[in-house]
Ligand binder design. Structure first.
Ligand code: HEC
Ligand code: HEC
Ligand code: HEC
Ligand code: HEC
Ligand code: HEC
Ligand code: HEC
Ligand code: HEC
Length: 215
């Protein structure tokens, strides 16, 4: 009842929303100040897009709203729950939230299973690549796969090269080469290993003895 009276009197009193929402400093007694919900219960209950009660949004309207419009919910800082970065800045809310009926899933694969299934170069399904996309990709773009973790150092020194220099077959990143495109020529490399037992001139052997790209 207190709410209803308060709301009606405010609504009658205030032709404009600025008067409805005086600055806090001007509120004589903060203890008597009404919460957003007390005046806007009706709005909360009647909201359909999304239906706030059923989707479980809280009563603290100011967490998501400013006072001069309901949509978009621009009081809400998305980064506090899940940062929208890279290619996630553009899409409409509904592309991830539908009608907000359920919480959006956080796992990349939940929204990108189709992309995984369609990825041909390399063929993710055939190669059984992990479904933790974030271990190889960022939200910036699928190509290049900038988050791939190598034990072999590829981000510094002489091995800071384009992916294709070592992975000549873009359909299969399990294969790599140390000994083509003019790298580690046979004559020179064989000579350097003339005294090394168990040496042979194959890429797999190089990695086995030099997993960190060093002696
Ligand atoms: C004392 C009652 C009262 C309180 C407290 C109150 N409002 Fe309002 N609000 C109103 C009235 C009255 C209106 C204008 C009539 C309407 O649109 O319902 C209004 C309008 C609005 C609108 C619509 C503006 C528009 O132009 O469409 C939004 C958004 C809003 N309030 C948000 C809030 C938020 C967020 C809070 C808490 C920080 C809040 N209000 C606190 C009474 C209140
Ligand atoms: C967790 C965040 C969150 C909270 C808390 C929240 N809202 Fe919303 N609200 C939203 C989002 C998101 C939308 C959709 C905005 C859009 O369409 O751009 C929305 C939209 C609305 C709309 C328009 C919906 C429609 O059907 O037209 C109203 C009215 C509204 N909110 C009122 C409230 C009131 C009143 C409160 C507090 C009692 C509140 N909201 C609390 C997130 C929130
Ligand atoms: C690229 C996907 C994506 C887009 C686009 C996106 N969101 Fe979200 N949003 C998420 C994810 C993921 C969460 C975290 C869900 C959780 O709480 O686990 C989230 C959380 C939220 C929450 C907290 C409440 C809840 O449902 O968990 C609100 C409110 C919200 N988003 C509103 C919006 C609004 C408004 C827009 C458009 C301006 C938007 N989002 C755009 C993915 C997205
Ligand atoms: C809640 C759903 C959702 C989640 C979770 C999500 N995304 Fe997205 N993502 C989208 C939507 C929607 C788009 C824009 C439409 C599209 O391209 O599919 C997008 C776009 C992208 C794009 C650009 C695609 C292109 O074709 O240019 C990349 C890359 C991407 N996301 C990577 C990721 C990664 C990595 C993760 C996990 C860290 C992730 N996404 C989690 C919904 C999501
Ligand atoms: C072990 C690392 C790895 C994981 C995990 C991974 N990817 Fe990839 N992905 C790659 C590499 C490497 C490429 C090729 C990048 C390039 O060509 O620059 C690629 C390319 C892609 C492409 C482009 C393919 C094409 O045919 O053009 C898509 C789409 C893609 N990944 C989606 C995903 C999704 C979705 C997930 C998670 C469900 C995922 N990837 C997990 C390594 C990975
Ligand atoms: C200097 C050579 C070199 C470069 C440059 C290089 N890689 Fe690799 N890559 C390797 C070697 C060696 C391995 C195996 C050992 C390891 O994981 O460190 C490997 C492993 C991988 C794997 C794991 C394959 C699997 O499933 O076992 C992926 C995916 C991959 N690289 C992607 C990339 C991408 C994407 C780039 C470019 C951003 C790149 N690599 C650049 C040498 C290289
Ligand atoms: C059985 C282990 C083994 C294999 C296989 C092997 N290496 Fe080595 N490599 C060594 C050892 C031990 C040294 C140090 C030799 C020395 O100093 O006399 C060395 C030295 C080197 C050096 C010289 C480093 C410098 O500073 O001069 C390079 C470059 C090198 N290896 C590259 C390769 C390449 C490329 C391959 C594959 C074709 C390869 N290695 C295969 C063990 C191996």
């Amino acid at each position: 009842m207190r709410r209803a009276i308060a709301w009606v009197s405010w609504a009658l009193l205030c032709a404009c929303q600025d008067a409805a929402h005086p600055p806090t400093a001007a509120t004589a007694d903060p203890a008597k100040a009404l919460t957003c919900f007390e005046c806007h219960t009706w709005h909360y209950d009647q909201s359909v897009n999304p239906a706030h009660g059923p989707v479980g949004f809280g009563h603290d309207c100011a967490n998501c709203h400013v006072t001069d419009h309901w949509a978009p919910a621009s009081g809400f800082d998305h980064a506090t729950v899940w940062p929208l970065t890279g290619a996630h800045i553009g899409p409409k809310c509904s592309q991830c939230h539908g009608n907000f009926a359920a919480k959006a899933d956080r796992a990349c694969v939940a929204c990108h299973a189709d992309d995984y299934a369609a990825a041909g170069n390399p063929n993710h399904v055939a190669q059984g690549l992990p479904k933790t996309c974030e271990s190889c990709h960022t939200t910036a773009a699928w190509k290049p796969a900038t988050s791939v973790q190598h034990q072999f150092p590829i981000t510094t020194g002489k091995h800071k090269l384009a992916c294709g220099k070592c992975h000549e077959d873009p359909s299969n990143y399990k294969t790599f080469t140390c000994i083509s495109s003019g790298c580690h020529l046979a004559s020179k490399t064989n000579q350097k290993h003339s005294k090394v037992n168990g040496y042979n001139y194959t890429s797999a052997a190089c990695l086995k003895c030099h997993p960190n790209g060093k002696e």
